[in-house]
Design a protein around this ligand. Structure first.
Ligand SMILES: N[C@@H](CCC(=O)N[C@@H](CS)C(=O)NCC(=O)O)C(=O)O
Length: 228
């Protein structure tokens, strides 16, 4: 027993991040997949560790860590020499990685995803407003364009340079989500190239959300993302 335990749910971007770190570092852990539809995240096991009843929830020995970003930092600092080094020690390189990681955590969430996905989920069809949909799509397109340009300008394979880092751990799940929601990557050639290459990484394949292999996301529901 490694003494590490992760509660996670399929398709959750916050869960995917620490799972990628664990896989990149080759760290053994006990994996406990919860079912969102059965409210496993509100069950006694998770609630005992995380009063918010959210996943990911992680335990490493006696240390309990909630919040996906905190788990990633914990793993990187505890196991920095194991597997892929996700935060470089050189201060300039480190700053670049952290900038892109936080930029992604902030903007991909609020500008790209929140508007298009949450508005759609949380607003009844009859209450949806054309102008809000348009504004959300514009925000999403603008955000993806920023990242497409970054990747084009740096000419590197990864978001913060030549190596896969924490910036990719934070960014890739958002991009994969956009792909899952029928985003047409042909409009973002650098993102397309990045996505197609990074999705082949063993860590990504090993942690791909299991239910994504069972069929498409409700493409008819999210078809409007195609208009991006
Ligand atoms: N800020 C948290 C967010 C975690 C989160 O929202 N997890 C979702 C799944 S994606 C969840 O457990 N939602 C259930 C709930 O909030 O009740 C993190 O980054 O870990």
């Amino acid at each position: 027993m490694s003494g590490k335990l992760l509660f996670w749910g399929s398709g959750s971007i916050p869960c995917w991040k620490p799972m990628l770190v664990l896989a990149e570092k080759g760290i053994d852990y006990e994996s406990k997949q919860i079912s969102f539809s059965e409210k496993g995240h509100k069950g006694p096991e998770v609630m005992a560790l995380n009063p918010r009843g959210q996943v990911p929830t992680f335990k490493d020995g006696e240390t309990v860590i909630c919040e996906s970003n905190a788990i990633c930092f914990w793993l990187e600092s505890m196991y920095s020499k194991q597997g892929t080094e996700l935060i470089p020690s050189d201060p300039k390189e480190k700053a670049k990685v952290l900038q892109k990681a936080f930029e992604s955590a902030e903007n991909m969430q609020t500008k790209a995803m929140q508007g298009v996905l949450y508005y759609y989920w949380r607003t009844k069809e009859e209450d949806r407003k054309e102008e809000t949909i348009k504004e959300n799509l514009d925000n999403c397109r603008n955000e993806l364009t920023v990242w497409d340009k970054y990747l084009g300008e740096c000419g590197h394979d990864f978001v913060a340079g030549k190596q896969f880092t924490l910036a990719d751990v934070f960014f890739f799940p958002f991009l994969a989500w956009a792909w899952r929601m029928s985003l047409d990557f042909n409009k973002f050639p650098n993102l397309k190239k990045y996505f197609e290459s990074v999705r082949e990484r063993p860590s990504v394949k090993a942690t791909w959300p299991p239910h994504w292999n069972e069929g498409e996301a409700q493409p008819e529901k999210m078809a409007y993302l195609k208009t991006l």
